[in-house]
Design a protein around this ligand. Structure first.
Ligand code: TYD
Length: 141
């Protein structure tokens, strides 16, 4: 098993193009590696604003730019990796225990998030230092 950052990956979804346009689909456990318990989305994000700035203990997510573009920087407490999302048929799989910052939202961006768990505030790390301490303690076990 590689590091958590190595387990993050862009996943290209199936697309059915025809003269009427494109259709893509996502089945939990098939196209993405978890069952979908929740969907939420960010839109009308003002220019220059950052979102995210948190980590999750257990939550896995799959994030898509349904429209427009934005960047996601993932951080395991040591290394960072940045992805640009700009296609509605290519999303980013994010396992648990990664800090994420979302930036550079284009004016028409819609960021859709598929999540493996219901909303649980206790699953969040909202303090970066606490996240790093916990991530490093886990590594030493
Ligand atoms: P937050 O997770 O802080 O947003 P960001 O994606 O920028 O980190 O969530 C903003 C608010 O929305 C916060 O009050 C919690 C609430 N919220 C829910 O009630 N349910 C949800 O599924 C999510 C993702 C957020």
């Amino acid at each position: 098993m590689g590091s958590r950052l190595e387990r993050c990956r862009l996943i290209e979804l199936p697309s059915k193009p025809d003269a009427r346009g494109n259709l893509s689909f996502i089945e939990g456990g098939i196209h993405i590696p978890f069952d979908i318990q929740r969907v939420y989305y960010l839109y009308d994000v003002p220019s220059g604003i950052s979102r995210g700035a948190h980590g999750h203990r257990q939550l896995e997510q799959f994030i898509l730019a349904m429209s427009g573009s934005f960047t996601i920087t993932l951080d395991d407490g040591i290394d960072k990796k940045t992805f640009e999302l700009n296609k509605p048929n290519v999303g980013l799989y994010i396992p648990a225990m990664l800090w994420r910052d979302l930036n550079e939202f284009s004016s028409n961006a819609v960021c859709m998030v598929l999540a493996s768990r219901k909303y649980e505030e206790e699953d969040y790390f909202r303090d970066y230092d606490a996240f790093v301490d916990y991530a490093h303690a886990g590594r030493e076990k």
